[in-house]
Design a binder for this molecule. Structure first.
Ligand SMILES: C[S@@+](CC[C@H](N)C(=O)[O-])C[C@H]1O[C@@H](n2cnc3c(N)ncnc32)[C@H](O)[C@@H]1O
Length: 254
C-alpha cells in the first residue's frame, strides 16, 4: 500500500493494488489511516519506551493508559491483577488509581522480577497497594496462589501483559477468566503485534502469533465474555476508534 500525504492540496491519496482512494487530509478517515501508520512507526522507534509513571518506567502508549484508566474507574475493582511487571510503572499506575479511588489493591506477576526493579517498587510510596509474585503467570502453583489471595465477594480486573505469544495469552485467559466478576474485564494487551509483523523490529510470525488471535479464539468458546472496545465516556468528536496498541483486547464478562 502507498499513502501519499499532500499537504498543499490537503488530500491523502491511498494506492492499494489497482485501487486509488483520495480523501480530505483533515478528515476522520485520513486521521485513522495516518494513526495506523504512526503507531507502527512509533513502535519501531521505541516511542513506548520513553515514559514513566510516578518515577517508574511504564512501557505503554499513553492513550492505552488513559483508556484503561476510564474503564478501571468505572468498574472500581477490589483487585487488579497484572501479568508482566518489568520496571513496575504500570503496577504503580494501577496502584495510583486505587489510592485516588480509595479502593482496590494490585497483584503483579512476573517470571523474573529483577532485583533493582523489586527494590524500586518496594521503596515506592504506593507499595502498600502492591503485591509482587515471581513466577510464570500460567504456572498452576502461581495461578492457585493468586486465586487464594482473592476473597469470594471481591471484584477482579485482570490485565495480561507478559509473554505475548498466542498460546501463552490463551493459557492466561483460561487460567484467570474464572476470577473475572460480571461487568469487569480481562484485557489481552499488545494485540497490535498482528500489525507490526512487517516493521523492521517485528517478526513475520506475529501476523498469526499474537494476543488478538488468542482473545478471538477465547471469545468463541466463552459466551460469558464479550470482546469489544469499552465505550468512551467523553466524546465531542466524530471519532470512535481507540488509537491503540491493544486492539481487540477488552473482554468484558457479561
Ligand atoms: C511488556 S513487559 C511488561 C510491561 C509492563 N506491564 C509495563 O506496562 O511497563 C513484559 C514482562 O513480562 C514478563 N514475562 C515474560 N514471560 C512471562 C511469563 N511466562 N509469566 C510472567 N511474566 C512473564 C517479562 O519478564 C517482562 O517483564
Amino acid at each position: 500500500m502507498k499513502i501519499i500525504m499532500d499537504t498543499t492540496e490537503k488530500k491523502l491519496i491511498v494506492e492499494d493494488g489497482d485501487r486509488t482512494d483520495k480523501c480530505n487530509l483533515y478528515s476522520k478517515k485520513a486521521f485513522e489511516l495516518v494513526s495506523d501508520q504512526w503507531l507502527k512507526m512509533g513502535w519501531n522507534e521505541k516511542y513506548l519506551y520513553t515514559f514513566t509513571w510516578m518515577g517508574r518506567p511504564v512501557i505503554q502508549l499513553p492513550d492505552d493508559l488513559l483508556r484503561i484508566q476510564e474503564v478501571i474507574v468505572s468498574v472500581k475493582p477490589d483487585v487488579i491483577i497484572e501479568t508482566g511487571v518489568a520496571h513496575g510503572g504500570s503496577l504503580i499506575f494501577y496502584a495510583s488509581l486505587c489510592k485516588v479511588m480509595e479502593k482496590g489493591r494490585v497483584i503483579g506477576i512476573d517470571i523474573e522480577i529483577r532485583p533493582h526493579n523489586r527494590k524500586a517498587i518496594e521503596a515506592h510510596p504506593l507499595k502498600r497497594y502492591i503485591t509482587l509474585i515471581e513466577g510464570s503467570s500460567t504456572d498452576t502453583t502461581i495461578v492457585n496462589r493468586v486465586k487464594k489471595m482473592i476473597l469470594p465477594h471481591e471484584t477482579v480486573f485482570v490485565i495480561l501483559d507478559s509473554c505475548h505469544t498466542k498460546s501463552h495469552v490463551l493459557d492466561e485467559l483460561r487460567s484467570y477468566c474464572d476470577l473475572i466478576t460480571p461487568g469487569s474485564y480481562i484485557v489481552a494487551t499488545d494485540g497490535s503485534m498482528k500489525d507490526l509483523y512487517d516493521v523492521p523490529r517485528g517478526k513475520p510470525e506475529w501476523k498469526w502469533d499474537n494476543p488478538t488471535a488468542a482473545a478471538l479464539e477465547f471469545s468463541k468458546s466463552h459466551n460469558e465474555f464479550i470482546l469489544e472496545q469499552p465505550a468512551w465516556q467523553f466524546n465531542e468528536s466524530e471519532l470512535e476508534q481507540n488509537i491503540t496498541h491493544w486492539p481487540l483486547a477488552y473482554l468484558r464478562r457479561l
